[in-house]
Design a protein around this ligand. Structure first.
Ligand code: PMP
Length: 407
């Protein structure tokens, strides 16, 4: 991406012009949520101003138009993930709800006391707690894939964890703390050799890496709209049709039924079986717009730009005395977690904020990972397609100043 292209992209994101404490905003908290391009916000406005009516049940014009937009969005998501068919795309509130859905429905259909669920040490809480709740409910065991010194999952240990009691493997594609890109295709293959299905948490992957769920052979793949330049409150569960058809509904209500009597209810077909109640049809259309935005720029272009930022940022951070980068995997996404000497990450984050720089501090909803590494948390700078090397330069200057004040 050249300077001119980058300028044009930045102009699509009005918030990047904001002043924070009278300073230029430098937004390096993209792992938590990304900023929104004008096209996405305009899609939301257009939806509420011109297309708003409840979907699926209406015979009138607006309802039909809104239904069309929502179902077109499903097709856009299916194409984005290269799903075999659009009925395999379920809209949820986000990654968290998608994982809860699978843990609940898959757990109901396939799990019993004594069974095991395998997750990894680098999971976000939302890919730990739903499985823990299932384990408590059913008397099952949670098994954890450890990692090697260079913060990559230990595949030998992973192979040893799988056995005839393992019902499902649920792992992240990209770690939100370490940036590690896990070899999920290989890990799925290993699990499938023992007929074990795999859920991939793609929350930190889809904004940065082209994903093909069929090539990966993922059984479930989940992500959140707000981390890929889309709105909050909308996300996606992809599931293989055959598996989804075997799962009971997650929630009951309107939309997910075929017929209802007080004696018995029969359920709707995919995808509606898993979409009880009025869906976020404005959110889904805005998410589709975000995916089109990303595709127009090209995920390969985005990945290569972000990789440059990762390399440059890492190299510049190393100028700082006492710098410790947390996350040293060979294959890394544009996330840099770090600690400096004995300075608490919270103090660094607070002072950087006063200079207009937004980074995240703390355990990043991955407390078990921080515990395993013996650290209180990290400062995390996570980059997106609109970030620049100049912003990294300004960040390094600010960080040097802040470190000087705290040492
Ligand atoms: N998994 C990972 C790897 C994440 O980074 C996050 C968000 N930080 C989530 C899951 C949860 O996403 P959400 O809060 O959008 O449901």
């Amino acid at each position: 991406m050249n300077k001119q292209e980058l300028e044009l992209i930045r102009a699509d994101f009005p918030i990047l012009q904001e002043k924070i404490y009278n300073k230029d905003l430098i937004y390096f908290d993209n792992g938590a949520t990304t900023q929104k391009p004008r096209a996405v916000v305009e899609k939301i406005e257009e939806g509420y101003y011109h297309l708003n009516a409840n979907i699926h049940r209406g015979v009138h014009y607006l309802s039909q138009k809104a239904t069309e937009a929502h179902e077109d969005a499903r097709t856009t998501v299916a194409e984005f993930l290269h799903a075999a068919n659009r009925e395999e795309i379920i809209f949820t509130r986000g990654t968290t709800e998608a994982i809860n859905l699978v843990a609940s429905s898959f757990g109901e259909a396939f799990c019993k006391a004594g069974d095991e669920v395998v997750v990894s040490v680098m999971e976000h809480h939302s890919n730990i707690v739903p499985w823990q709740m299932l384990c408590e409910r059913k008397g099952m065991k949670l098994r954890v894939i450890p990692m090697t010194e260079n913060t990559e999952l230990d595949l030998d240990a992973y192979r040893l964890l799988l056995n005839s009691r393992t019902r499902i493997v649920s792992i992240t594609h990209v770690s939100n703390v370490l940036g590690t890109v896990n070899p999920v295709a290989e890990m799925i293959k290993i699990a499938h050799a023992q007929n074990i299905p795999v859920l991939i948490d793609g929350a930190q992957a889809v904004p940065h890496i082209p994903v093909n769920v069929v090539e990966l052979d993922a059984d479930f793949y989940v992500f959140s709209g707000h981390k890929i330049y889309g709105p909050t409150g909308i996300g996606v569960l992809y599931g293989k049709e055959k598996l989804l058809n075997q799962l009971p509904p997650y929630q009951g209500g309107g939309e997910m039924i075929a017929t209802v009597t007080f004696e018995k209810t029969t359920y709707n077909e995919l995808p509606f079986k898993f979409e009880a109640g009025t869906p976020d049809y404005i959110g889904s259309t805005a998410l589709a717009e975000a995916l089109r935005y990303v595709q127009n720029i090209g995920l390969e272009n985005i990945a290569s730009h972000e990789h440059e930022l990762l390399e440059y940022g890492t190299q510049r951070l190393m100028e700082i005395e006492g710098m410790r980068i947390i996350g040293t995997a060979e294959n890394k996404s544009a996330v840099i977690s770090f600690l400096v000497g004995n300075i608490h990450p919270y103090d660094l984050g607070m002072l950087l904020d006063k200079l207009g720089i937004a980074v995240r501090t703390g355990h990043h909803c991955a407390q078990p990972l921080c515990d395993a590494m013996g650290i209180p948390g990290t400062v995390r700078a996570s980059f997106a397609l609109y970030n620049t090397k100049e912003e990294i330069d300004a960040f390094i200057t600010a960080l040097k100043r802040v470190v000087g004040m705290l040492q």
